[in-house]
Design a protein around this ligand. Sequence first.
Ligand code: OAD
Length: 252
Amino acid sequence: MCAHEQRFPADAGEVRQWLQGAGHIAVLTGAGVSAESGVPTFRGAQTGYWAQFRPEDMATEEGFRAHPRRVWDWYQHRRDLLAGVQPNAAHVALAQFQQQQPGRLTLITQNVDGLHQRAGSTGVLCLHGDIFAERWLDTPRNCCHIDHAVADHPPYCDRCGNMVRPGVVWFGEALPYATLEAAQKAVRACDLMLVVGTAGAVYPAAGLARLAREAGARVAIINPAASALDDVAHALLCGTAASVLPALLAPP
Ligand code: OAD
């Protein structure tokens, strides 16, 4: 048993029983769910992105305006990396559960990597956007048509200079309203919430686990390490997403 797991011991069998008895299940995933696909997390001590870069440089509008080429290139590097990886057993287990039991599981993710969708999940609520999407940095004028952006890094409008930016949510920006609202609705209505592979450090996403608990749901965390949400959990399953989720979500 991991040290942090001792605080809220519950074995996977018990969580599986909760799952089988739950009418509706909400799942919140973070970067850890993609770690076993070979995608770096953000707060990993050695290999996490935020061990190499300052989030204010790479994940804020100010950082992009200050060094647009550097920031664009970093997102392009991440897109290239994602093009070479595959969904792992955790993504697949979630997608299969959704396919086998339609309407029973709402998948909410902080990830922008598209791996849940590539595994076959549908209706994924992407709180932090999509790294493959592009949009204008400033409110587009009539001259700005995304398809006509002049290729560069970043692409730009050759009439007004507006730059294209990645379609992700940066620090200090609002989450997509309808997506957050749908996530909150699912969380308030769920009987069980699984929180998988997130440090629980970024709000409002992390607040969804607290909302679930306040609304009366059981909360189970799947993570090989302690997270900032451990106090919210009824159960801590210490393990990686790809090792825990397939057995947890397998048909009875
Ligand atoms: P973090 O990098 O902060 O946390 C990753 C979590 O995954 C940690 O708690 C790890 O212990 C856990 N983990 C690592 N490997 C795992 C594995 N194989 N299976 C399960 N868990 C594992 O990533 P997030 O919590 O997702 O936002 O970060 C939230 C947001 O902060 C991101 O969406 C991003 C970042 O800055 C923006 O860029 C706006």
